[in-house]
Design a protein around this ligand. Structure first.
Ligand SMILES: NC(=O)c1ccc[n+]([C@@H]2O[C@H](COP(=O)([O-])OP(=O)(O)OC[C@H]3O[C@@H](n4cnc5c(N)ncnc54)[C@H](O)[C@@H]3O)[C@@H](O)[C@H]2O)c1
Length: 365
């Protein structure tokens, strides 16, 4: 009789950290890997099903529940991945399940939680179930970091950040790691206490001067790099605030008005099909409302990473990056953490089943 039992590795948040889950330099490599494989087409990523209780804007009030299945390859691109200093192939599939409930914050609980499942590449049976909240925040930061690496002016020194919560912190860490000449970070959050707490926590970690500012305009004026990561429900960005050559990563949804996208020379997304499918991102709303044409979307950042498209064409280009968030980033990052956990014997092995179909012996009516 063959052994038909199956075990899987469970990784809590603490296990993920012990396995290097909070190491932004490594996350940047995992996320650049998934952008590269996206650019060369070695991935599968269906549109995300979203449960919400109303139109798109209710995601910021009552919340949403998303599922993000994906497959990521790499075996045919080992050499290129290696030459780019990225991590090796993934060659498997998985899913992130990510509910977001804004009112949780009042109870001291996280707005967004997540579980990621990684499948065995041969049998398609789960080999790992792990916290996905850390991977989710880390990969979102890293997506902006990789975009900044390819699209921001490398001599950028001033960074304006709006939103001082979890995503704001990973935006800051990843963008600083990707654009090391940044010297000053101006942080604005509608909740001033959050800005102050951000400055206290992040100043040393980032090796930058972190300056809380009193109004959002000050975060934008004279900034070379901008990131918006808020739960704003109404647009507040004035397009006159942008300086020439700016790079703006908008990972949240309602900060910049769709009409403002007309001031950008280049607009990049992570995956245009996903952006359209979700129908919330400002890049999609700008096209849908007729402010810009679909042709003005310059491309997907993976095409730039894979060398198929030029990112920045001139030092003075104003560039907007608007990712919807891709399941392949979660898979790439989760797979990195899973491999580390195996190597470091971190986590708990759980019995999934002891005998294939053994439960049928207990079938009753
Ligand atoms: N595109 C992606 O891939 C992706 C991935 C993950 C999260 N997100 C989005 O990132 C955003 C931030 O996530 P989070 O987990 O940090 O959220 P959070 O709820 O923990 O924090 C949001 C922060 O925004 C601040 N804020 C709200 N309105 C504001 C305004 N008008 N001006 C300035 N600050 C304001 C709040 O005070 C809070 O500090 C959310 O919109 C989330 O959906 C995007």
């Amino acid at each position: 009789m063959p052994d038909t039992s199956w075990s899987l590795l469970y990784l809590s948040q603490e296990d993920c950290v012990a396995a290097g889950g909070a190491d932004m330099s490594e996350t940047l490599k995992a996320v650049e890997r998934s952008f590269f494989l996206h650019g060369v087409g070695d991935y599968i990523q269906p549109g995300k099903p979203v449960i919400r209780w109303g139109d798109a804007s209710t995601e910021e009030t009552t919340g949403r529940i998303m599922s993000m299945p994906s497959y990521l390859g790499g075996n045919n691109f080992k050499e290129q991945l290696h030459l780019k200093g990225l991590l090796g192939p993934v060659q498997t599939s998985g899913i992130k399940f990510i509910p977001s409930r804004p009112e949780n914050l009042k109870k001291g609980l996280p707005r967004a939680t997540a579980i990621i499942i990684i499948l065995d590449p041969v049998t398609f049976i789960p080999i790992c179930v792990m916290d996905g909240a850390i991977a989710s925040a880390m990969r979102t930061g890293a997506a902006s970091g990789v975009a900044a690496k390819y699209l921001a002016n490398p001599d950028s020194t001033v960074f304006g950040l709006v939103g001082a919560s979890v995503q704001g912190m990973t935006q800051a860490a990843a963008i600083k790691a990707a654009v090391p000449n940044l010297e000053t970070l101006k942080i604005f959050d509608i909740n001033q206490q959050s800005s102050l707490a951000f400055a206290e926590r992040m100043s040393q970690k980032l090796d930058m001067e972190v300056v809380p500012v009193d109004n959002v305009r000050d975060a934008f004026i004279d900034s070379d790099v901008i990131s918006t990561a808020t739960m704003a429900r109404e647009a507040y960005v004035d397009p006159d605030w942008y300086k020439k050559g700016v790079f703006h990563a908008e990972i949240s949804f309602w900060d910049t008005p769709p009409s403002a996208l007309t001031v950008f020379d280049r607009i990049f997304v992570d995956d245009w099909y996903q952006v359209k499918h979700h129908g919330v991102d400002v890049s999609w709303r700008a096209v849908n409302e007729g402010h810009i044409t679909e042709e003005q979307i310059s491309g997907e950042i993976g095409e730039v990473v894979a060398g198929k498209k030029i990112g920045r064409e001139s030092e003075s280009d104003k560039i907007f990056f608007n990712p919807i968030g891709m399941g392949i980033h979660d898979l790439s990052e989760a797979y990195r953490v899973y491999q580390n956990a195996l190597a470091k014997s971190v986590g708990t092995m759980l019995t999934y089943f002891k005998r294939n179909s053994g439960w049928l012996d207990s079938l009753s009516i």
